[in-house]
Design a protein around this ligand. Structure first.
Ligand code: SF4
Length: 268
């Protein structure tokens, strides 16, 4: 017997009716369509940029896509590194944070530190409901009982709305962060959000990132000094133990490894 589930599938979001706004690049003017020739062009850029520095990749992204180029950040060390680079290359780039309402206060405080250091105002993007209203609707928090739904409502939907009208977004993921991220292209098509996705740090290592942070005195989340190697929402993040994978503290004790923003099957 088929079992119905209300948990949303973290796959391509498509408008169900003409009233719903088109996602990402399809909502831009002019729209960006992922035709075969366009995807082939992206693959050429990906190959060409695979040996480029992150700054060169960002410079290319800005020249190619600004002002329809954006960045989402959770203020992780990689994100802070890209913000530092964008402050030099294109400080006008719109940068936003998915403020789920469950983030650590140390994470939220980084917004002010970024503003003080770079003059860049990272925008908070909020889910439709406050945490109180959301938990009242669902009879309590969903992060333990249905974390996919919680991430979908409080991250995925918010990003899709924030990406409307954009052509491209920067991600801060590195290939060596986890097996899920090992095949991340420098430039690819993000099917879920209908955007070109650019990952300037894909070829960087964790030590590359921290060396730049140290050399340039880039602000970072103080929780990293307490064993939190990867930081998401507070209820779904713990410090890692010696020898553990750097993302082992995310959704610890469950099979979940990604919130759905950077799923492997997301890109061509
Ligand atoms: S990381 Fe946890 S608290 Fe944050 S949106 Fe996902 S399930 Fe909810």
């Amino acid at each position: 017997m088929a079992i119905e589930t209300t948990t949303p599938q973290l796959s391509v979001l498509r408008p169900d009716s003409p009233q719903e706004p088109l996602p990402g690049a399809l909502a831009a003017d002019p729209p960006l369509q992922p035709t075969e020739s366009f995807l082939a062009e992206l693959r050429c850029h990906d190959e060409r940029l695979d040996g480029a520095t992150p700054q060169e990749i960002l410079q290319w992204a800005v020249e190619e896509y600004a002002p329809r180029f954006t960045m989402a950040t959770a203020f992780g060390p990689e994100g802070m590194t890209i913000i530092h680079m964008l402050a030099e290359v294109a400080p006008e780039t719109p940068i936003f944070n998915l403020e789920t309402g469950y983030q650590f206060k140390e994470t939220l405080e980084l917004r002010e530190r970024v503003k003080q250091r770079y003059g860049i105002e990272v925008q908070f993007k909020y889910p439709e409901q406050t945490v109180a209203a959301y938990e009242a609707t669902h009879g309590g928090p969903l992060y333990n009982s249905d974390s996919n739904r919680c991430c979908f409502d409080r991250k995925i939907k918010v990003l899709q709305k924030a990406a409307c009208g954009m052509h491209a977004w920067a991600s801060a993921i590195r290939r060596d962060q986890s097996p899920d991220r090992a095949k991340t292209p420098i430039v690819g098509w993000d099917k879920k959000f209908q955007l070109v996705k650019i990952s300037p740090l894909a070829n960087w290592s964790k030590s590359d990132v921290w060396k730049l942070i140290s050399d340039q005195d880039i602000p970072y989340n103080p929780l990293h000094d307490q064993g939190y190697t990867s930081i998401g929402c507070a209820p779904c993040t713990r410090a890692v133990l010696f020898g553990e994978d750097e993302r082992a503290g995310r959704w610890s004790g469950t099979q979940k490894t990604e919130c759905g923003l950077h799923s492997l099957d997301n890109e061509d």
